[in-house]
Design a protein around this ligand. Structure first.
Ligand code: BMA
Length: 342
């Protein structure tokens, strides 16, 4: 029996899973799939790399939206299907987005997609050009027709992550306002909408951390997991080194009713680049979480993360172990704990 419950999520007995290896000396209770990376290079004709991608359970199996970096360097979104969450088949062509009239409406580029079911719809949220980098959105019920929604924000913004249910009657979205380049700053904000069109009631959630591993910038990662203690958020934190940024995975727990309030924030990273597929690639030293699967019955959580802007990796934890670790190493500031309104 878990002492922390995962709430409002269907049982997922077929969650991909591997127990923690005996003798694992890493501090945080997060471990990698032994067969990583699960998606190698050149996975689809015309696509050099798939990474920073999101999956959901669907129809007894799994489906996902994947950042496919084409051989011309332009990222776009590919649909993938999997029976086990590990071996993926991708469509040969990228997702063809349409507008409300069913007419083609393609983003010029699209990267870092997240995929979240809210009520009857699956929402894909990504970063795209809107006269500058900002957020694009679409929804689908059948993974055949993806209908674009209004762009929620003006530039510049990235790392938008939708909550899996309305909070206080409102769709709720994390995002990371930024600049036009490889932003050397960035905090996580929260915005709400009654209809997925008009976004407001903006709040600051948390800024770059005191801890060195996240001292440059942070950004939302996977859709928050609702637990009996609060929303469990896996996010990325970035540090600067003399040879570039390093992206690690961090964890925080947000208040269930007012998720701009941080209850606990782990001062240690949960996963940092250590394996060859994280340290070596198109952009070295990147662990970039975009999705989780979770099974409320067992408390098992599978984390999908981009590796070195080149591969997709899978890591595991349990809700009890990771929440205990985050609480034991809580270092949230007074500002993190506040409502985030000035
Ligand atoms: C960020 C985003 C991510 C990428 C990361 C590391 O700015 O562009 O897509 O994984 O940089 O290159």
């Amino acid at each position: 029996m878990n002492h922390v419950e995962i709430l409002n999520a269907p049982a997922l007995p077929n969650i991909p899973w591997q127990d923690r290896p005996a003798g694992d000396r890493r501090d945080a209770p997060v471990w990698r799939w032994a067969g990583n990376p699960i998606i190698p290079r050149n996975p689809v004709p015309g696509v050099a790399r798939i990474f920073n991608s999101a999956v959901v359970p669907y129809d007894g199996a799994f489906v996902g939206v994947f950042r496919g970096e084409r051989v011309n360097g332009v990222p776009c979104i590919y649909l993938g299907r999997s029976a086990d969450g590990i071996r993926w088949d991708f469509d040969a062509e990228g997702v063809k987005f349409v507008d409300e009239n069913g007419e083609p409406f393609m983003p010029q580029y699209a990267y870092d997609p997240r995929l979240v079911k809210v009520e009857d719809w699956y929402y894909a949220v990504w970063c795209q050009d809107f006269y500058g980098a900002s957020i694009g959105m679409a929804r689908t019920k059948d993974f055949r027709t993806f209908t674009r929604l209004e762009n929620p924000f003006i530039p510049f913004n990235r790392n938008a992550v939708l909550f899996p249910r309305r909070v206080n009657g409102m769709f709720t979205l994390l995002s990371r306002p930024s600049d036009s380049g490889h932003t050397p700053f960035g905090d996580i904000f929260l915005s709400q909408s009654p209809d997925m069109t008009f976004w407001g009631r903006h709040r600051h959630v948390m800024g770059k951390g005191k801890a060195w591993w996240e001292a440059v910038k942070i950004g939302g990662g996977a859709a928050p997991i609702e637990t009996s203690l609060g929303w469990l958020l896996f996010y990325h934190g970035v540090t600067g080194t003399c040879s570039g940024f390093v992206y690690s995975i961090g964890g925080a727990i947000l208040d269930r009713d007012e998720p701009s309030r941080v209850l606990y924030r782990c001062e240690n990273f949960l996963l940092t680049p250590e394996e060859w597929y994280e340290e070596r690639g198109f952009v070295p030293n990147v662990c970039f979480p975009c999705a989780t699967l979770q099974d409320p019955d067992t408390g098992c959580i599978a984390i999908y993360y981009g590796c070195a802007d080149s591969y997709v990796g899978l890591a595991f934890t349990t809700v009890d172990a990771v929440v205990d670790y985050i609480i034991a190493h809580d270092d949230a500031s007074d500002e993190d704990r506040g409502e985030g309104l000035r």
